[in-house]
Design a protein. Structure first.
Length: 218
C-alpha cells in the first residue's frame, strides 16, 4: 500500500551507464496490465522450463510476441511458436508495444521495436540466479522490465559475474530500462519473501520487453 502511494514519488535513478530505474512508471496501468497477463496466460500457460543442464527454474514463465524465450536440453533460444502447443505465441498487445516504446524513450532509447515479452511469475521462494540476457542478437536495443505485485530484491551487478552486486528493491509499477553499456550486465532476483499484494495475491510478476533480432524485421 505504502509502496503504491509513494512509488511515483521516488526519483528516477541511473543504476549504471544505460540503465535507469523509473519508479512507479507503470502504476497507473498496472490493473490493466494484469488483466492482459491473464488473457495471455490463458492462451500460453505458465510453465517451469528446464535449463540446458536439466535443472528446473523456480520461476514460471510464458511469452507473447512474434518470438518467445525458451529453454530445454537443446539450449536457451527464442522460438516463434510455443513448443508446448505448437501454436504461435499470443500477440503483443498494441498498448504494451506503445508503453514499452515510451519507457525506452524516457530512458534515452528512441525507436525501440520490441518483438518479445517474457512473462515471469515468482511464487514465494522463487528466485532468478545471476545471469546475462544474451540470447538476443539485437544487443543495441534495450530491455524494458516491468515489476507487478509483490516487491523483490533485484540484484544488479556488472560486466563480470564476480563484480559487486547492488541490491535494489523493486515494487509494483516500477520500470527498469537498460541497454547500451550495461546491456550485458549480470543481474538476478533474490528468493521472493512470502507476502500478499492486492494486485497479484501471493506473487510477483515481471514483464521484460525485448528486441531479439538485429535485422530490419518487424
Ligand atoms: C525479474 N528480470 O525482474 C528478472 N533481464 O524478475 C530480468 O532478468 C531482466 O529485469 C534483463 C533486463 C531486465 C530485467
Ligand atoms: Fe534477465
Amino acid at each position: 500500500m505504502m509502496d503504491d502511494l509513494f512509488g511515483a514519488l521516488r526519483a528516477r535513478e541511473t543504476l549504471a551507464q544505460g540503465a535507469v530505474l523509473l519508479p512507479g512508471a507503470a502504476l497507473s496501468r498496472q490493473e490493466r496490465l494484469m488483466a492482459q497477463v491473464g488473457d495471455i496466460v490463458s492462451q500460453a500457460p505458465l510453465r517451469r522450463l528446464a535449463t540446458p543442464g536439466g535443472r528446473r527454474f523456480s520461476v514460471e514463465m510464458t511469452n507473447c510476441g512474434s518470438l518467445g524465450w525458451h529453454s530445454d536440453a537443446a539450449g536457451y533460444r527464442y522460438e516463434s511458436r510455443d513448443p508446448l502447443s505448437g501454436r504461435f505465441w499470443p500477440a503483443l498487445p498494441a498498448d504494451w508495444i506503445t508503453f514499452a516504446q515510451e519507457m525506452a524513450a524516457q530512458a534515452g532509447f528512441g525507436g525501440f521495436q520490441p518483438q518479445a515479452c517474457l512473462l515471469n511469475r515468482y511464487a514465494p521462494g522463487a528466485r532468478m540466479g545471476l545471469h546475462q540476457d544474451r540470447d538476443e542478437t539485437a544487443l543495441n536495443s534495450p530491455i524494458v522490465s516491468v515489476s507487478l505485485g509483490l516487491a523483490a530484491q533485484f540484484l544488479f551487478g556488472g560486466a563480470e559475474r564476480t563484480d559487486p552486486v547492488r541490491k535494489l528493491r523493486l515494487v509494483s509499477g516500477d520500470v527498469v530500462v537498460w541497454g547500451g553499456a550495461s546491456r550485458l550486465f549480470y543481474h538476478g532476483v533474490a528468493p521472493l519473501a512470502p507476502d500478499h499484494h492486492p494486485l497479484t495475491g501471493a506473487c510477483r510478476w515481471n514483464l521484460t520487453f525485448r528486441r531479439v533480432s538485429a535485422e530490419d524485421s518487424p
